[in-house]
Structure formats: C-alpha cells, structure tokens
Design a protein around this ligand. Structure first.
Ligand code: SAM
Length: 472
C-alpha cells in the first residue's frame, strides 16, 4: 500500500486534526473529508437520540473513537450503521456483508425492465438466494411498486446465516415502518442452505436444510418467476489477492468464499454455488435468473453452465453499467455482453421471461415458444416465429400450445413444405418436468444440409387466417 506523504498529512491536519487518521483508509483528502462529515453527522444523530431517552454522551470522545476504528480499517458502513442500496438506506451490522452498488445497479435494471412488461402475472414471485441484509428483495419491491400498483409481489430472501436473517427482518420492518416501502405485496426471509442436497438428510442444524425442503416446511410455493442471487463467489486465492484488508478483517468470509467442494466435481471452488443455484432455478421454473459474478471469466463459465442445461432460451452478460452503450467484447464467446465496466451478472431467461425482459414483444400464442436446442438461433418478432437453423435435428418446444392449434410451414432454400407434427412426451427433455407440450416434426423431417438454413413459420390456429405463411 503506497505511503501517504508528509505534505498530504500536514494539509489534512490544517483542515481538521482528525483528518490525517482517515487518509489511510480513504486514500484521498476529499474522501476523508466526506467520511469525517458523515461520522460527525452520525455522532450528532446518536447524541440526539440518547438525549430523547434522557441520556447524554461525550460527542467528542465518541467521534475520536469512531475515527480510531475507521483508521484501523473498519468499514464506515459498520460504524454509521447504514449503506445506500439504490434509493434504499439499508442497515448494516458487523457479521453481515455490506451491500454493494454494482448489485443494486443490476437489480434496479431488472426490476425496471420487468415493471414495464405488459404481460406481468397478477402475482409476481421473486426468490433471492443468499440474501444477506435482504437488500435485493427490498430494492426489487421498492422499484416495482414505484411504477406498478397492479402486481402483487411475493418476494422471499433465503440465507444460511441467522444473523443475516435477523438483519433482513430488521431492514424490512424499519423500511415498512418509515413508509419507505409501500405497504403492498409480501416479503419474507427464510433460513436454508443453498448447497444442501434435498435428498440427503440435513446435518449441522436447521440452517442446513435444502431450499426445496425449507420451502415445503414453510408451506411456501415451489414455483418462482424470478430467481436472483449474489452468492459467495471468490476463490480462496482471489480472496487474498483481490480483496482489501478491511474486507478480510471485517466482513464475513462466509459471504465471500464458498466452502471447499465436498465431491470431486471438477468445479472450481469460487464457482461452486452456481450449479446448485441453476439447479434450483430449474426446479422452481424461474423464467428469469440473475446471478452476480466476479468478472468476465467467471461470467463466461456461468453462462456456459446455464446454456448447457438446455432449459433457457437466452443467456447474456451484464457489465457494471449495463445501460451504457456496449463496449466491444471479442472474448465473449458468442454471448451478448451489455454495457460498460467489469462483467457483473449473468442473466438467463425462458418462456415469458423473454417478454418481461423486453427481449421481444408479446405475441399472443407465441408467448411461450422456446427453443432450448443451443444449435437453434431463434429470432423472435411480432407475427410468425422465425428460426435460423444450423443442424438437421430440430426439436421445437412449444409451451401452452396444443398440437391441434399449431401449423408449421418451413422453407428450405426455395422450396416450401408443411410439416406434420406429433406431440411427444417431453419427459426426456433435460431438466424439464412435464408442464409444457413438446411438438416435434414427425413424418416429414426435412433433411437440412448443415448451415443451409431453415425458416419455420409457426402459426396458432386462432391467428392462422391473418398470419402470413411462408417466409415472414
Ligand atoms: C455475497 S453475500 C450477498 C448478500 C446480499 N445478497 C448482497 O447482495 O449484499 C452472500 C450471502 O450468502 C450467504 N450464504 C453463504 N453460504 C450460504 C449457503 N450455503 N446457503 C445460503 N446462503 C449462504 C451468506 O450468509 C451471505 O449473506
């Protein structure tokens, strides 16, 4: 760590004798001045609250003590007790991770996209795994109800740590109490272990039961629309190389570094929460999944793992400023990487989730058409569905449409043909469990030469008369 020059210390002392001690944790004078101002404000607020209870404190001694603690590296948020997360002021307690602004940015973006959707369900269910202070469901709630009164939000935050859950409940009660949070929808927190296997009896106390078991015990739904998670994702070596001393000494390692893997899965320790979380996303049939990651390398590993499940219709990566114009990402391996800055989240969607994210307009019965075959590049548009198709085999997964309702025309090169369809049992589909209808070409299976291209027009019965047939 570079040392601070004597002239900088002198300059700081001339402004305020307490400032030099803050230069070391803050690194520059302006930041140190801001922190000193916030510490003074905090001391003033505490003194006032004590006075209201008939008590007095020495404000000077209290301020000196806070400055001393800050100089030792203790995060400001633990000293003043709060951190802003989006527009919400979240209470922070030692032992629970301080919420970070990058997380808030991704959650705000997701909530703002979803609140614009025309086809939101009347009850929207959001599950946040590894909830910590509860900041993610709290912010999602705040953002959603800033623009939508017609949706009933049911949000649930899950964490293994009892202290985190106490703080999440405390934050919920405080924000509801001071009317920052609209008195709408429902928000709850629940203890469970994201890494626990539901088929193995829980060991190590009530915190170690699996998510599905905890949901069942609490009589909560097992289907959730949106799954968000900022799990521990730092490898032991990155923990030493990339985190500051302040983080290592004062923030809980449980929140940052996954435990060593118990089996020989071949998954790096830093990545070990993602496969179980994606498994839970699949179990709860999440239509949108937002997972925080450390950087582009980890984002690509997670994006590939999500794609390999063959249950999502799309996977993309959001950078720290996802709303800024995209910066070039030559290393992105075919994934769309949005915005600027470090890669921070992997976003997956399927079915109606695409429309909630604004990926395509609602197109009546096309709503739930999904193409999990990674070799299919589906392009959605208003009107017929078009698929650019690269291989010979092409299963269609068509949700909420019966075989009888569907007519499909295909164009191969210049020829136009019609496919006969059979309704297949979808139980063989990886990771999908029996809710949707699978329609696949039966007798007339067009042998499409690789890379030649195939366009398919899927037309629901109800719209067949108006919809164009053949090339859209
Ligand atoms: C990176 S923090 C995220 C906290 C919060 N969501 C945020 O964004 O500030 C990860 C959280 O995961 C929790 N956690 C760690 N291991 C867990 C497990 N096996 N199951 C559930 N939660 C776990 C920690 O207690 C911690 O609160």
């Amino acid at each position: 760590m570079p040392r601070i020059s004597t002239s900088a210390l002198r300059k700081a002392y001339a402004i305020d004798p307490l400032l030099p001690r803050l230069l070391s944790p803050c690194r520059d004078l302006r930041a140190a001045q801001n922190e000193l101002r916030w510490l003074r404000e905090h001391v003033g607020n505490v003194a006032e609250a004590r006075r209201a209870q008939g008590d007095t404190i020495s404000q000077s001694a209290f301020l000196h003590d806070l400055v001393k603690q800050r100089a030792s590296g203790k995060p400001l948020q633990y000293l003043v007790g709060t951190e802003f997360f989006g527009d919400l002021e979240i209470d922070c307690w030692p032992g629970v991770l301080i919420p970070r602004q990058d997380t808030a940015t991704a959650v705000q973006r997701l909530a703002r996209l979803v609140r614009k959707a025309h086809n939101s369900p009347s009850e929207l269910r959001v599950l946040d795994l590894c909830t910590g202070t509860g900041c993610i469901p709290l912010l999602f709630h705040h953002e959603l109800y800033a623009a939508r009164a017609d949706v009933e939000l049911r949000a649930l935050g899950i964490d293994i740590s009892e202290k985190a859950l106490q703080l999440a409940d405390h934050n919920l009660n405080r924000l509801r109490g001071d009317k920052t949070l609209a008195d709408k929808g429902s928000l709850h927190f629940l203890q469970a272990d994201v890494l626990a296997n539901p088929f193995v009896e829980a060991r190590g106390g009530p915190g170690h039961i699996a998510v599905s078991t905890a949901l069942r015990h609490a009589m909560l739904p097992h289907i959730w629309d949106i799954l968000i998670s900022n799990p521990p994702y730092i490898s032991p070596s990155a923990y030493w190389k990339t985190t500051t001393r302040s983080v290592r000494v004062f923030e809980p390692k449980l929140a940052l570094v996954p435990p060593p893997p118990t089996s020989n899965s071949g998954i790096a320790q830093g990545d070990s929460f993602y496969p179980p979380i994606l498994g839970i996303a699949n179990e709860v049939e999440a239509k949108i999944v937002l997972l925080e990651v450390a950087d582009l390398d980890q984002a690509l590993r997670v994006a590939r793992a999500a794609q390999a499940l063959h249950v999502f219709d799309g996977v993309e990566i959001w950078r720290e400023q996802p709303d800024e114009p995209d910066s070039p990402s030559p290393e992105a391996a075919g994934f769309h990487v949005l915005g600027q800055g470090n890669a921070r989240s992997v976003v997956c969607w399927r079915g109606t989730g695409a429309a909630w994210l604004g990926k395509r307009e609602r197109t009546s019965a096309y709503e739930d058409v999904a193409f999990p075959d990674p070799s299919c590049r589906a392009q959605f548009q208003i009107g017929p569905v078009r698929v650019s198709h690269q291989t010979e085999a092409f299963p269609y997964w068509v949700n909420n449409l019966n075989q009888e309702q569907l007519a499909v025309k295909h164009n191969v090169g210049r020829g136009v043909g019609t496919n006969a369809f059979s309704k297949q049992n979808r139980s063989g589909a990886p990771g999908r469990q029996g809710l949707d209808t699978t329609v696949a070409p039966a007798k007339v299976h067009p042998k499409v030469p690789k890379n030649r291209g195939l366009e398919i027009t899927a037309t629901p019965e109800t719209e067949r008369s108006e919809a164009p047939v053949g090339r859209p």
